[in-house]
Every structure is written in structure tokens, then in C-alpha cells.
Design a protein around this ligand. Structure first.
Ligand code: ZN
Length: 280
């Protein structure tokens, strides 16, 4: 190995944050708090274990992903309801907010839109923080368990990975063939999943989710949303996914309407102001 003489000095350079967020518009948490104090449940959708369900949320409503029956991880996809090309952008959300998201942080949409689609307004697992392994909950680093990676690493045909569950749910919701629905499925928010990177090898790890029945993650819909949620075949993801071995439980999606409708002071977020000429 050709280690340069100044290796230690080079390594000692302090990191800088890639995307300082001091110029990001700060969500008006007080306004969300006032609105959620008046909300009532208007709908709910059950997500069966090892399966996925779709749901819609009008702009200005809240929705919750609730743990019921047992510790279970959920893989969430979100789209602008009337334009599936605008969808959750996990990578950019990670670049802006870090590897895991919680109250006061947002789910951002894909290019060329890049605007907040949902704001997290309550998280009953916010006490977890970061554990001694560097693990935390609700990550935007994993992708979603899928039959392609499973086939690559283990062979076989497994049909209840989150990717397939989301594809089936979306195909049924839209009334289109699987092959047309699949390209819309994208990297997820791993709700309730406890993950991190190992310090020595930098590998993506998971561990048993700290979620318990009654816990929930709550969002405010900034725009009209179509969602799909998969109850991961990994269950609490303490051991493995992409199999029928783990204990799996349903998840519940609850939709809430605030008394006064959409929060008055908050207009629908504008799409990105970049002119898209790309220097041409
Ligand atoms: Zn999964």
C-alpha cells in the first residue's frame, strides 16, 4: 500500500455538511400543532402482513402509520396523486435531513419538482435517538427489499418482498398490469425500521425495531397524495427479510381531517424554480 507521508494530516481534515439547511424554509410546527389538535379520523386502511395497500390523502389532511398487534416495519411510497412522475425522492431527502427522519422533517419530491410532499408532525419513537451501534429509526438509506437482489444473493423466486407488494398494490389501485405499475415503485421511507451502518465495514445493518403496538408516525399532506405501504416480510427486521420465516403483523394507515380544512397560512408548496434550461 502506498500510504502518503501526510496521510494522517489528510485524514484529520474536518468534514463540512454537504447541504446546510439554514436556508430551507422552516415548517411552521405551531400551525401543524394547532391543526392536529382539531382533527378527526375520516378513513383508515389496513395493510395485511407481507402485503401492501394503497391510500389517498387530500392536501391539508394528516395521516398516521400505526403499529397494531406486533412489532412490524413498513415500506412507504408516496406520489403526487394526479402525477405519478412526481414521487418521493429518498436520496435527496437523505442529503437534506440525514439518514433517518423524524418530527419537523420532510419527505421531498423528485426532479424537476423538488418540493415538500409530506411533513412529519408526530413520532412516538422520537425518544429512541441514536443507539450505541449508530442505529436509529425511520430511515431513508435502505431501498426496499426486492426479489431481484434476493435472486442475486440467494436465488429462488420470492414474491412478497416490499417491492413486489408495492407493485401489486399500485397495479390493483390503478387497474393496470404489473409491468406498467412496477416502474413507479421507488426507494422508500422505512417506517419503524431500525438501521445504521457498521463502523468497521460501513455495511448497512438492521436490528429489531423498537416499535410497539400503539406507536405511530404522523404526517401532514402538503399536496394531494397517493400512498402505498408494505408490511415488510421481515416483520420487525430483527433477523432476515425476503422470506416467510419472520413473524409479521398488519399495519394501519389512518387519515385525519383538521376541523378547518387545509392550514390557512400554508399554501401548497411551489415546485422548484429552476428554469430547466441546463445551460443550453
Ligand atoms: Zn421489506
Amino acid at each position: 500500500m502506498n500510504t502518503p507521508k501526510d496521510a494522517a494530516a489528510r485524514r484529520a481534515i474536518e468534514p463540512v455538511i454537504c447541504y446546510p439547511v439554514d436556508t430551507l424554509p422552516v415548517p411552521e410546527m405551531a400551525a401543524y400543532k394547532r391543526a392536529r389538535a382539531t382533527m378527526t379520523k375520516v378513513d383508515e386502511v389496513v395493510v395485511p402482513p407481507r402485503d401492501a395497500s394503497c391510500f389517498t390523502v387530500p392536501a391539508g389532511h394528516f395521516f398516521r402509520i400505526v403499529s397494531v398487534e406486533g412489532a412490524q416495519v413498513g415500506d412507504l411510497n408516496l406520489w403526487a396523486r394526479d402525477n405519478l412522475n412526481e414521487r418521493f425522492y429518498s436520496g435527496k431527502t437523505r442529503a437534506l435531513h440525514g439518514t433517518h427522519i423524524t418530527t419537523g422533517q420532510r419527505m421531498w419530491t423528485s426532479f424537476p419538482y423538488l418540493r415538500p410532499m409530506a411533513t412529519i408532525t408526530h413520532d412516538t419513537l422520537d425518544w429512541y435517538g441514536k443507539d450505541e451501534f449508530g442505529g436509529s429509526v425511520h430511515d431513508v438509506i435502505g431501498t426496499r427489499c426486492d426479489p431481484y437482489t434476493h435472486h442475486l444473493l440467494a436465488g429462488g423466486q420470492y414474491h412478497h418482498c416490499c417491492h413486489s407488494n408495492l407493485t401489486r398494490a399500485l397495479a390493483n389501485h390503478l387497474g393496470v398490469p404489473m409491468v406498467d405499475a412496477e416502474p413507479h415503485v421507488h426507494d422508500v421511507l422505512n417506517v419503524f425500521m431500525c438501521t445504521g451502518f457498521t463502523r468497521n465495514t460501513g455495511q448497512y445493518f438492521m436490528k429489531a425495531s423498537p416499535v410497539r403496538p400503539g406507536d405511530y408516525l404522523e404526517f401532514y399532506a402538503e399536496i394531494d397524495l397517493l400512498g402505498a405501504l408494505s408490511a415488510c416480510p421481515g416483520g420487525d427486521c430483527s433477523a432476515e427479510h425476503s422470506s416467510d420465516v419472520a413473524a409479521c403483523y398488519p399495519l394501519l394507515v389512518e387519515i385525519y381531517a383538521p376541523e378547518a380544512g387545509r392550514i390557512e397560512t400554508m399554501a401548497e408548496p411551489d415546485i422548484s424554480g429552476y428554469d430547466r434550461s441546463h445551460g443550453a
